[in-house]
Design a protein around this ligand. Structure first.
Ligand SMILES: Nc1ncnc2c1ncn2[C@@H]1O[C@H](COP(=O)(O)OP(=O)(O)OP(=O)(O)O)[C@@H](O)[C@H]1O
Length: 353
């Protein structure tokens, strides 16, 4: 399912967006040795993004590219330094604080990477799941108890665990508790930030399948952040690529491996090819530059084999690709009919401008 109804290239328009970011920026004060410095960290820059009800959007990018920041801004956990976040058309940060808390609490849920640190160690499963219902004053005491039982069954936790503490649960069970807590207030949007990376490989698939199953059953929109880009591709309707705080491409998941137009997206998806058709990955020169001093123009230019002097001058706006809901920001995009395999072989030696 696609959120973009009529892409005008420069800015995706969405019918009935659940949540919409417009020109969202997050700038932090940089720290060194625990103290603030005069530097600024550009964690998110000019993000325009709309999520439709029921859609699954995957977010990819190397470490430090702003994925978690985007996730937190989408669920109202982090306030953008500039720009707006609208829930069903209502500007979240223009609301009075109480109204905003109610809107955020009842519309969104967030699942974090590590359930061991995300859950209060001193509370039982029952208390953890009842807490959001108490805070938001949902139903009578009896109805809250019923809801806790319902949530436990929804995520496949045996009732016998209701009085267990997080430390008495396995990693997978703890993440099920965290998922149940995120669903407690019946949200429309759930953001899962690396929900399986702290888990044993053996339980990762179970948790991913649970998320997909819940999404279908409850009609949730899901934003899924992960370093495991092949899982992102399999789980998502649409993939967002981020680089140094910027969204550089939005691409239908079915096209992302071989039809993505941004060189960075192609390089990322070439790095972990499907086992049946392995290709040589496209190497990227060096690490991601510092988010305190992003390169001028297109921030990817210092690692891009297609970059020239134009790329240092300005960050291009979004261009629409031929498929609906596919847009990218690049002066020298990969051709649509150029397979990643061809790209690996035809690539000119890397020459940074
Ligand atoms: N509270 C903060 N104060 C200062 N800098 C921050 C803060 N939060 C994030 N950053 C910086 O903002 C940039 C984006 O961080 P973010 O966590 O969003 O990236 P990410 O893509 O999710 O990374 P990872 O994949 O490693 O989790 C990074 O350079 C990070 O160090």
């Amino acid at each position: 399912m696609s959120a973009l109804a009529d892409d005008d290239g420069d800015r995706g328009r969405v019918m009935n967006a659940l949540v919409e970011l417009s020109d969202a920026h997050v700038v932090h004060k940089a720290r060194s040795g625990g103290l603030f410095t005069r530097d600024r960290v550009y964690a998110l820059t000019g993000a325009d993004l709309a999520i439709a009800p029921g859609e699954t959007v995957g977010v990819v990018g190397e470490s430090g590219c702003g994925k978690s920041t985007l996730a937190k801004v989408l669920v109202g956990v982090e306030r953008p330094t500039r720009g707006t976040v609208a829930f069903r058309g209502q500007d979240l940060w223009a609301m009075p604080p109480g109204e905003r808390r109610r809107a955020v609490g009842s519309s969104t849920g967030m699942i974090f990477q590590d359930p061991s640190t995300a859950l209060n160690r001193r509370l039982t499963v029952r208390q953890i799941l009842r807490d959001p219902l108490d805070v938001h004053d949902r139903g009578t005491r009896g109805e809250r108890e019923d809801r806790v039982r319902e949530l436990m069954s929804l995520v496949g936790l045996p009732r016998a665990l209701a009085d267990a503490l997080p430390g008495q649960l396995s990693g997978g069970q703890r993440q099920r508790v965290a998922i149940a807590r995120a669903l407690a207030l019946d949200p429309d949007l759930v953001v899962a930030d690396e929900p399986t990376s702290a888990l044993d490989v053996s339980v990762r698939a179970q948790i991913l399948n649970l998320l997909l199953d819940l999404k279908e059953r409850l009609g949730l929109a899901l934003v899924f952040v992960s370093h495991d880009i092949q899982t992102v591709r399999r789980m998502s309707d649409r993939v967002i690529t981020m680089y140094l705080g910027r969204i550089v491409e939005e691409c239908p998941a079915a096209l992302v491996t071989d039809r993505a137009r941004h060189p960075y997206t192609r390089a990322l998806f070439s790095a972990t090819p499907g086992l049946l058709d392995p290709i040589e990955p496209i190497p990227l020169a060096g690490p991601v530059p510092s988010a305190t001093r992003p390169p001028s123009g297109c921030p990817f230019r210092t690692r891009c084999w297609k970059a020239d002097a134009t790329c240092a001058d300005e960050m291009p706006g979004f261009s629409a690709a031929s498929a609906p809901a596919h847009r990218f920001r690049c002066h020298h995009p990969v051709q649509e009919d150029e397979s990643t395999r061809d790209l690996v072989h035809r690539r000119d030696p890397m020459e940074a401008p």
